[in-house]
Design a protein around this ligand. Structure first.
Ligand code: PGA
Length: 243
């Protein structure tokens, strides 16, 4: 794993956006894996700016998002489909038909997971996957204890994850209890992974990722075994890293 240390959230967002633009410009039909949450939001803002300055086009880009809440439709402002449209896709020249987010309202969730995997295979997997890390080490919605062998699947969200995400909902009761997520094996098939980490609240998780054992109890630890991971972390996130 390669670590790039940057000053703050803004610098992390700029560095993340540069890596994505480099991939999009280099490949004829780039396939990006994307994430939601507070961490990548700044990256999407930077990419929108770059698009508006005509520095990049996403016309040939395909995207696959990591996850989606079960039970929320794309029109629901708390769904990850809505987040992606609102924060990124609606402001660039990407073909929306080429932006994939699991359907949390599918009648048959199992079938939805299988179709998502198949679609990924049809696109020859992901060239660059953007990841954040949960305070408990989750990647996507793969919570501690998830098998490293998992493909796209339905998960029960950990109480800590529901609490961390409750800020977006009116009440704790409204936070969905399940989600569809790309599995750990799915994420690991990506050609390259960029992990974005910002802020002191992620400092312990980052330290564990860098220095802990590879264990299913800390899902992100699997990244130690991937041969092309770029971590972009700000000073606050690196503040508890043992040297
Ligand atoms: P965050 O979430 O970017 O909102 O901190 C990251 C995650 O939980 O994976």
């Amino acid at each position: 794993m390669n670590i790039k240390q940057v000053e703050d959230y803004e610098a992390m967002s700029i560095a993340g956006a540069q890596l994505i633009m480099e991939t999009v410009k280099r490949l004829e039909n780039p396939v990006l894996g994307l994430a939601t949450g507070s961490t990548p939001e700044g990256v999407y803002k930077q990419l929108i700016d770059a698009y508006q300055r005509q520095q990049v086009s996403f016309r040939e880009t395909t995207t696959f998002n990591l996850d989606e809440y079960v039970g929320l439709a794309g029109e629901d402002p708390n769904s990850y489909r809505y987040f992606m449209d609102d924060k990124f896709f609606d402001h660039i020249d990407i073909n929306k038909q080429q932006t994939f987010v699991p359907n949390g309202k599918a009648d048959d969730l199992q079938q939805e997971c299988e179709q998502y995997e198949q679609r990924l295979k049809d696109h020859q997997e992901i060239d660059l996957q953007v990841l954040g890390i949960g305070v408990n080490g989750h990647i996507g919605f793969n919570e501690p204890g998830t098998s490293f062998k998992t493909r796209t699947h339905v998960v029960n969200l950990a109480p800590s994850t529901r609490e961390a995400n409750a800020r977006f909902f009116n009440s704790m009761q409204e936070v969905p209890e399940q989600a569809i997520t790309m599995g750990i094996a799915t994420i690991m098939k990506s050609e390259k992974i960029v992990l974005l980490v910002s802020g002191e609240k992620k400092a312990r998780a980052l330290d564990q990722l860098l220095h802990g054992d590879v264990t299913e109890e800390f899902p992100a630890s699997i990244l130690q075994t991937h041969d092309n991971v770029q971590i972009i972390a700000d000073k606050a996130a690196l503040s508890k890293v043992r040297v």
